[in-house]
Design a protein around this ligand. Structure first.
Ligand SMILES: Nc1ncnc2c1ncn2[C@@H]1O[C@H](COP(=O)(O)OP(=O)(O)OP(=O)(O)O)[C@@H](O)[C@H]1O
Length: 441
C-alpha cells in the first residue's frame, strides 16, 4: 500500500516536472539558457522601440506646431506691410528699384540733398533725362511707413501748381522710396536762415539777398494759394499740419511748392477742430491749441502760415515754443514792433529799402492776424488770400499773439529730439508726441 502510494506520488512529481519543462522555448532548450532571462530582453527592446516612436511623434508634432505658428506670424506681418503700403492699383506709378538706383548712382553721397524726418533725400536723373528727388525711408526714421503711405495716397489725389508733384513710389524688400519732381532751388529755409553750430538760426545775407521783395511776395502768395487749395478747393479737405520753411520747395522760377504730406489729414467737418490727443508737426510753427491740447483744424494751418509769413519778411526763424523767461519769440517781436509803429525794423535788412512798403505792411498785418491766439478770430485761407491781393480791403486790428512760458522741462525722449537745447530746437518734424506741459501767461 505504501509502495503503491509512494510510486503514485513519484509519478505525479515526474508529470509535474515534465509539464514545467514542456513550455520552454526551443532555443532555450537548445542552448540550455534559462527561459526567464530571454523573455526580459525582448520586452526591454520593445519598450525602447515604443519610447523612440513616441519621441519621434512628439518631435514631429512640435515641429508642425512651430511651422504653423511661424506661417501664421508671417501672414500677419505680410498683411500688416500690405496694409501700410499702397497697392499697385494706386493712382501713382510703381517704379522699379533698379532704375532708381541707376538714377541716384546707388544713393551716392554726392547726390544727397539733405535729410528729414523720413530719412535721406537724393537727387537723381532718370534715363530719359528727367531730374527726380528720392526720399528713402530710413530704418531709424522717426516717421514710419504709415506716414509714407499717407503721403502717397494723399498727394496722388491732389494737383496744384503750388504743391510738389509725387511721380511714383517703390517698395522692394527693405527699400521704401518716394520719387518727386526735382526742385532745383531746394527749400525756402536755406534762403532765409542758416543754422549756426550753436544751434541758433541766423539769416545768411548772401543767400537772403538773392530773395528780393518781389520773389518773397510771390512766394507768400503762392503758399497762400496752395494752402487755400488744400483747405477749400481740392476734392479732399486737407489740413497739412506741418507747414514750415523747409517744407516749401522752390522751382527754377522761385515759385513755391508745398511738400511733405506725411502728417496731413483729411478733414471732414469744417466747424470744429479735431482732438487727436497727439501732437505732430514742428515746434515754432504749431498753433497753441494744437501744441497744448492736440486740437487741429484749418486754423492751426493758418497759424503756421502766419509764422512762415513773418519769417519770410524778417529773415529770422521763430523760436521754439519752449522759451526761457527772458527770451522773445519772433511773433512776440513782430507784435511789439507793430504796436510801437516800428515795422521797418522788423523787415529783413538784406531787403534794404527796395521793397513796396504798402505790400510789405499788408503782409505783416495779415501775418499778425494769422498768429492770433484765438483760432476763431484767425482768418480762413480764402480771406487771407483776399487780404493779401486786394489793396483797398480794410483789415481788422490783430489781437496779441500767444505768449508762452515754460512750466516744466519736457522730457527729451518725449519730444524725440536729441542734441539741441530747448530754446534752439531743431525745426525737424515730430510725430506722435504726447501732450506737453506749457501754460499761457
Ligand atoms: N523735391 C525736392 N527737390 C529738391 N530738393 C528736395 C526735394 N525734396 C526734399 N528736398 C531737399 O531735401 C531736404 C530734406 O527734405 P525733407 O522734406 O525730407 O525734410 P525736411 O522738410 O527738412 O524735414 P522734416 O521731414 O522734418 O519736415 C530739404 O531740405 C530739401 O533741401
Amino acid at each position: 500500500m505504501e509502495s503503491w502510494s509512494a510510486r503514485k506520488h513519484l509519478a505525479g512529481q515526474q508529470r509535474r516536472l515534465m509539464m514545467d519543462v514542456a513550455p520552454a522555448p526551443a532555443t532555450s532548450a537548445a542552448t540550455g539558457d534559462g527561459g526567464g532571462s530571454g523573455h526580459g530582453s525582448t520586452s526591454d527592446g520593445m519598450r525602447i522601440m515604443v519610447g523612440v516612436l513616441v519621441a519621434v511623434i512628439f518631435c514631429t508634432l512640435l515641429y508642425c506646431v512651430y511651422c504653423w505658428r511661424w506661417r501664421k506670424r508671417n501672414a500677419i506681418r505680410r498683411s500688416l506691410i500690405e496694409s501700410l503700403w499702397p497697392r499697385s492699383s494706386s493712382d501713382l506709378p510703381l517704379m522699379d528699384l533698379a532704375s532708381i538706383l541707376a538714377a541716384t548712382d546707388n544713393f551716392s553721397k554726392a547726390n544727397k540733398l539733405g535729410e528729414g524726418g523720413f530719412g535721406p533725400v537724393y537727387r537723381g536723373v532718370l534715363s530719359g533725362g528727367n531730374e527726380i528727388a528720392v526720399k528713402r525711408l530710413s530704418a531709424r526714421s522717426k516717421q514710419g511707413a504709415a506716414e509714407f503711405r499717407n503721403e502717397v495716397e494723399l498727394i496722388a489725389k491732389l494737383q496744384h501748381r503750388n504743391l510738389v508733384r509725387l511721380l511714383g513710389w517703390c517698395a522692394d524688400r527693405e527699400e521704401k522710396l518716394l520719387v518727386y519732381e526735382y526742385l532745383p532751388n531746394r527749400s525756402l529755409d536755406a534762403f532765409i536762415f542758416v543754422e549756426a553750430e550753436s544751434g541758433y538760426w541766423f539769416a545768411d545775407p548772401s543767400k537772403s539777398a538773392q530773395l528780393g521783395w518781389n520773389a518773397r511776395h510771390n512766394i507768400i502768395l503762392g503758399i497762400a494759394r496752395g494752402m487755400l487749395y488744400l483747405h477749400e478747393d481740392s476734392l479732399l479737405k486737407v489740413v497739412h499740419r506741418d507747414l514750415k520753411a523747409s517744407n516749401v520747395l522752390l522751382d527754377d522760377k522761385m515759385s513755391p511748392k508745398i511738400s511733405d504730406f506725411g502728417m496731413a489729414k483729411i478733414f471732414e467737418d469744417e466747424s470744429d477742430g479735431i482732438n487727436t490727443g497727439r501732437v505732430v508737426g514742428t515746434y515754432g510753427y504749431m498753433a497753441p491749441e494744437f501744441a497744448l491740447e492736440g486740437v487741429f483744424s484749418v486754423k492751426s494751418d493758418v497759424f503756421s502760415f502766419g509764422v512762415l509769413l513773418l519769417e519770410i519778411l524778417s529773415g529770422q526763424r521763430n523760436g521754439a515754443l519752449y522759451l526761457e523767461e527772458h527770451q522773445q519769440s519772433l511773433i512776440q517781436d513782430a507784435w511789439k514792433l507793430w504796436t510801437e509803429d516800428l515795422a521797418t525794423e522788423f523787415m529783413d535788412p538784406s531787403l534794404g529799402r527796395s521793397y513796396s512798403k504798402e505790400e510789405a505792411w499788408r503782409c505783416y498785418h495779415v501775418g499778425l492776424l494769422c498768429v492770433q491766439d484765438n483760432p476763431d478770430v484767425r482768418p480762413t485761407m480764402s480771406t487771407v488770400l483776399l487780404m493779401l491781393i486786394s489793396d483797398h480791403m480794410k483789415l481788422p486790428d490783430p489781437a496779441m499773439p500767444p505768449l508762452f512760458t515754460r512750466l516744466r522741462k519736457p522730457a527729451l525722449s518725449t519730444l524725440q529730439l536729441t542734441t539741441k537745447t530747448e530754446s534752439t530746437l531743431s525745426p525737424q518734424s515730430i510725430n506722435d508726441v504726447s501732450i506737453t506741459v506749457i501754460e499761457p501767461r
